[in-house]
Design a protein around this ligand. Structure first.
Ligand code: NAP
Length: 296
């Protein structure tokens, strides 16, 4: 099976390529290359382009795992046209450039839901409040209103970047500990994170088992605050957490709007997959197991 992975220089995309390319014929694409790139087939391609024909005739995919996005909420707020083009219209262009037989898997986010919701189900109606959330909902919209085999995977992923020039939430916490830098983590934001490795394992199984669901929530079974997550992560790694303070999202008035309750319910997904989703302690264990590889 030939799989096209977009966003292959990003946290999730690069790990997808790494995990899948022994088993499938993987074609990886991103806006830029990077030193640690392990992709055997790689193409730089700007998803803002009008036509995706060049990308699709190169990769000829049976399935597309669409991870590419502008993920910086503040950048999206300041550049809405670009956000809608990359995060939203890319889905439409992928549909147009591929044939009926190509399955499209779109990685989406809890940010398609507003602040006053909690443990949102797959069947609940999105109502995003930020440009990032709206642009991702647009990406979902094109796919969900097509007659094609598509799956929207809503998630909140945590993990480590293969691309050393990038740093995400987990790396920020780890680096602050090794550098004894004082940081604050929100104690008023609850979320349901899943590790990138578990997310990839479940996506692989969804592709292989041909699970024909339109929307799935791939998240943890339970929730915690961002502060609790940081403390538990550092404790599990035997690292100092003295420098971590409790912060409040309410003090960041200039940020793009983000909800204090970002929890997604994975109950329907677990029933459909006939498999339990991980608990937070397992998510942290996953990071612990992968960290040695990352440090090398
Ligand atoms: N990380 C999270 O917490 C989180 C939570 C929920 C959902 N998600 C979703 O999960 C997916 C992966 O997230 P991530 O954290 O791996 O993102 P990331 O690290 O920010 O990577 C984004 C990727 O998108 C590519 N990209 C951006 N603009 C592009 C363009 N114009 N043309 C081609 N490629 C472009 C980037 O390539 P270049 O930079 O090389 O151009 C990069 O490879 C995204 O769809 C995101 O919405 C992430």
């Amino acid at each position: 099976m030939r799989i096209l992975v977009t966003g292959a220089s990003g946290m999730l995309g690069a790990s997808f390529v790494d995990a899948l390319q022994g088993e499938f014929e993987v074609f990886a694409t991103a806006g830029s290359d990077f030193d640690e790139n392990r992709a055997q087939n790689f193409k730089i391609f700007d998803l803002k382009q009008e036509s995706y024909d060049e990308l699709i005739s190169w990769s000829q995919p049976d399935a597309v795992v669409h991870c590419a996005a502008l993920t910086n909420g503040n950048y999206c707020e300041q550049n809405p046209e670009e956000a809608f083009l990359v995060n939203g219209f890319s889905s439409k262009k992928l549909l147009e450039a591929t044939g009926e037989q190509t399955r499209i898997i779109y990685v989406s986010t809890d940010a398609v839901f507003p602040s006053d919701t909690s443990w949102v189900k797959e069947s609940d109606c999105p109502k995003p409040e930020s440009v990032y959330g709206k642009s991702k909902e647009l990406g979902e919209f094109f796919l969900l209103h097509s007659s094609r085999q598509v799956t929207v995977l809503r998630t909140t992923v945590v993990g480590l970047n293969i691309n050393n020039s990038r740093s995400g939430f987990v790396e920020w916490i780890l680096n602050s500990s090794t550098q004894s830098e004082q940081i604050s983590l929100f104690d008023d934001v609850v979320f349901t994170p899943i590790s990138i490795w578990k997310f990839i394992e479940l996506t692989r199984s969804i592709i292989l088992r041909e699970i024909d669901a339109r929307i799935l929530h791939l998240v943890s079974e339970d929730s915690c605050t961002k502060y609790q997550f940081g403390i538990e992560l550092l404790k599990s790694l035997g690292m100092s957490h003295d420098h971590i303070g409790k912060g409040s999202i309410l003090t960041f008035s200039k940020r793009a709007k983000r909800s204090t309750d970002q929890t997604l319910s994975s109950r329907q997904t677990a029933e459909l997959l006939k498999q339990r989703l991980p608990e937070i302690k397992e998510v942290i264990q996953d990071i612990k197991e992968n960290i040695e590889l990352w440090r090398k």
